[in-house]
Design a protein around this ligand. Structure first.
Ligand code: C5P
Length: 303
């Protein structure tokens, strides 16, 4: 067989500008109104022909990424190969820049990247809706990693409607020491809301309007994350990080998804540099990364 050239796919991180969480469904998942925004921090997944499925990973804390078939990227390759009656004989190399277990959908990004990279490597030309269906089976956030931009996710977050975004938004992301387990954060949400009437999740009209018009001040006022109290309960030190970003002039601060990464919406690129510098100097986070949104979804890189 002639050797095919390797394929590299770039995939963005996400921040949830609104994460409205309802009471758990019978299957344990929570109904969501989840407004995803893709941000310009990227992982790259490279697929190369190989005798069997193998994974390598480089980048900050890449030692915490599983290199066996439990890795979501491996599961994506296996699912795509099964759909086409192929063996998943591929080497996947993941260059990580998205914080590991950080609430920015890094694992989901790698799954979406592996799916697109294998589809291109194998020439399987899978229709977009079938790729999306595989993504939804792999995890609630994976479909969004494929499409990027901005979208409202309902159901458990996997049923997407694209949203218009009227301008660029500037952010800083404070990376925490260590990760948080998403199921643990949802479990803490259930503990904290036990005995209360949890309202059905609904997207905020003010937030959708702020995205549509590209108005950062209006977006700052409308940001919301129902998982934030749970993430803060499991990681109380995040309160000091949020306070440091706010004191440095961020328009708003919130936990990204299930955390522990925290997100700071700022006015412009200069403000992003200032807030990032102040967060680093505060000693309350491991790293502070400016990034711009929206970002494109998973994209094959031509080299
Ligand atoms: O879908 P995904 O595998 O990414 O979800 C990881 C975990 O997060 C689930 O096992 C569940 O504990 C929790 N989750 C949830 N409700 C959602 C999405 C995720 O409870 N809508």
């Amino acid at each position: 067989m002639t050797r095919r050239p390797a394929v590299t796919v770039r995939v963005p991180a996400k921040v949830n500008v609104q994460l409205a969480v309802g009471a758990p469904r019978p299957d344990g998942f929570h109904p969501l109104a989840n407004v995803f925004l893709a941000v310009g921090l990227y992982d790259e997944v490279t697929a190369t022909d190989a005798p069997e499925l193998t994974i390598t990973c480089e980048g900050p804390r890449s030692g915490q990424v599983p290199l066996d078939r439990t890795n979501l990227a491996a599961r994506a390759a296996i699912a795509l190969a099964a759909l086409h009656g192929l063996a998943p004989d591929v080497h996947l190399h993941i260059a990580k820049d998205i914080p590991v277990a950080g609430g920015m959908a890094g694992g989901s990004a790698d799954a979406a990247g592996a799916l697109l990279a294998c589809d291109a490597l194998w020439g399987t030309n899978t229709p977009h809706d079938q790729l999306l269906a595989i993504c939804a089976e792999l995890g609630s956030d994976v479909p969004f990693s494929l499409v990027g931009g901005a979208a409202l996710g309902v159901g458990r977050g996997e049923q997407l409607t694209p949203l218009p975004v009227g301008g660029e938004f500037h952010w800083v992301f404070a990376v925490a020491d260590g990760g948080l387990s998403t199921p643990a954060v949802y479990g803490e949400f259930d503990r904290l809301t036990a005995g209360t009437a949890v309202p059905a999740p609904e997207a905020s009209d003010a937030l959708l309007a702020a995205l549509r018009t590209g108005d950062a001040t209006a977006l700052a006022a409308a940001l919301g994350n129902d998982l934030q109290p749970a993430a803060l309960s499991l990681r109380p030190s995040l309160a000091a990080t949020l306070a440091a970003g706010t004191a440095a002039g961020a328009l708003a601060a919130l936990v990204s998804g299930s955390g522990p990464t925290t997100a700071y919406l700022v006015k412009d690129a200069d403000a992003a540099q200032r807030v990032a510098e102040a967060l680093r100097a505060s000693g309350t986070c491991a790293a502070a990364r400016p990034a711009v949104s929206p970002a494109a979804g998973a994209t094959v890189l031509t080299r």
